[in-house]
Write a protein that binds this ligand. Structure first.
Ligand code: A2P
Length: 305
């Protein structure tokens, strides 16, 4: 089912299954992967400036035979572009790399900011700076009327930050993109986002490299019962919760497989709900504990919203 969509709070439709592109260029097959995926029916492509591969994606997009209006292209700007005066330029850089006139969805990649002159991937304390999240967000709100972006949203935002942010927003984030898989289910956050009209996209929906969801005995058992694969179970479980997913694959068979769900019973959904391990793969606090507030809001408060 490739026509499954999620309606955003501004009425735009986001295809519920997208193609993830983080680390997708390691095999040297990215351009071909994009073309194959679109040929198979993928219409949502998840990109980011930080992934360093948007030029290749842009070239591939030029070569596909699908009208731009039928694609849903997402990108995210880097942490060193949070100062409000840099946000419009950050979007222009992304559009240039992707060779596009507009994005369907622009996300603030992380809630923390890095100094403009520093590498966006730096975790050095001396490179981290306190730019109020709302200042960055207001600059994003201003981009919508330029026509260069249809929807705006956030990524890696916890509930506490969103709760403080929402009353101050002229435009409530359309999407919060966060790590979600059966070992990190984000139940409270998903509930809060839904209640607030924020769609959720789950990244690393298969657990990625370090979190071995696909080897989980229960997931494997459910897969066998449906004559499907563990990946299909993990993706179907997220989709049944109303969460968009952006699995990445460079393999045609797996790309195809990831577009087709299995129908899980309510008992299976409930049982998968119980295999939660709070196992987070992506956490900036593992590089610098000053960033603990990003995902451990009980331990440290966000310094500036
Ligand atoms: P490959 O590109 O060889 O298919 P995530 O999106 O959660 O980060 O997971 C991506 C990883 O999962 C990649 O290593 C990808 O490898 C693998 N993968 C993607 N789809 C499937 C699938 N259907 N079955 C098994 N592995 C998959």
């Amino acid at each position: 089912m490739t026509d499954l969509t999620i309606k955003l709070n501004n009425g735009e439709l986001m295809p519920a299954i997208g193609l993830g592109t983080w680390r997708a260029n390691e095999s040297g097959l990215l351009a071909q992967t994009i073309k194959t995926a679109i040929g198979l029916g993928y219409r949502h492509i998840d990109c980011a400036k930080l992934y360093g591969n948007q030029e290749e994606i842009g070239k591939a997009l030029k070569e596909v035979d699908v009208p731009r209006k039928d694609l849903f292209i997402v990108s995210k700007f880097e942490e060193n572009r949070h100062r409000p005066e840099l946000v419009a330029g950050a979007l222009d850089e992304i559009l240039n790399e992707l060779q596009l006139e507009y994005l369907d969805l622009l996300l603030m990649h992380w809630p923390y900011a890095i100094k403009p002159e520093a590498n966006a991937m730096s975790f050095a304390s001396s490179d981290i700076e306190n730019v109020p999240i709302m200042d960055t967000w207001r600059a994003m709100e201003d981009l919508v009327s330029t026509g260069k972006v249809r929807s705006i949203g956030v990524s890696n935002f916890n509930q506490t930050i969103l709760e403080k942010m929402i009353p101050q927003c002229r435009i409530v984030p359309a999407v919060n993109q966060v790590e979600i898989h059966p070992y990190l289910q984000a139940k409270e956050l998903v509930k809060f986002c839904k209640k607030s009209g924020i769609a959720v996209t789950g990244y690393c929906p298969l657990g990625g490299r370090r979190v071995n969801v696909m080897n989980d005995n229960f997931i494997k058992h459910v897969a066998e019962a449906h004559i499907g694969t563990p990946a299909q179970v993990a993706l179907s479980w997220a989709l049944a919760r109303g969460i968009a997913v952006i699995p990445k694959s460079t393999n045609e068979i797996r790309l195809k497989q990831n577009l087709h769900q299995v129908t899980l019973t309510s008992d299976e959904m409930r049982m998968i709900g119980k295999i939660e391990r709070h196992e987070r793969k992506v956490d900036p606090a593992s590089d610098n504990e000053e960033l603990e507030w990003v995902f451990h809001e009980d331990k440290m408060e966000c310094p500036v919203i």
